[in-house]
Design a binder for this molecule. Structure first.
Ligand code: CMP
Length: 138
């Protein structure tokens, strides 16, 4: 168990104006913002971030979507961060997400699903390092 997770508010949620409401839910759920930036991913960067999914049928669409507009990237701190954050965002497919979760409230479908959350402590470290230097963490 670690106290750090990584998240991105994805291009659909940013473009639909949900960033403020999503950050409010994250903070009210007890997560502390360690690092935060509004940025965007090139196709190359999106492909590298999701390299673990290379070869899966949704990979090309995922890379296209994740490089289609601005995102908000953040490192978050809380005890049991990875597991608690995945509960807060809900299932990958919003149709299967519990009521009140961020994906249930704001996601369009399994591809355009509003938000990313790390799936393990190890990946939280790797993904945070993809976006943030030590000087950008508080
Ligand atoms: P995320 O948690 O960011 O990690 C991988 C992403 O692949 C996932 O969210 C979805 O947005 C995306 N994706 C697209 N289609 C699928 C699918 N059929 N199954 C799982 N993930 C998918």
């Amino acid at each position: 168990m670690s106290n750090i997770t990584f998240t991105m508010i994805k291009p659909d949620a940013f473009a639909n104006g949900h960033s403020g409401a999503i950050l409010d839910k994250i903070i009210k759920a007890g997560f502390r913002i360690v690092a935060l930036k509004l940025t965007s991913l090139s196709k190359e960067k999106a492909g590298a971030f999701y390299a673990v999914h290379q070869g899966r049928p949704f990979y090309d669409e995922l890379v296209e979507f994740m490089s289609s507009g601005p995102i908000i990237a953040a490192i978050l701190e809380k005890s049991n961060a990875v597991e608690d954050f995945r509960k807060l965002i809900g299932a990958t497919d919003p149709a299967k997400a519990d009521a009140g979760t961020i994906r249930k409230l704001f996601a369009e479908n399994v591809g355009r699903n509003a938000i990313h959350g790390s799936d393990s402590d190890e990946n939280a470290q790797i993904e945070g390092g993809f976006f943030f230097s030590s000087l950008e963490r508080y």
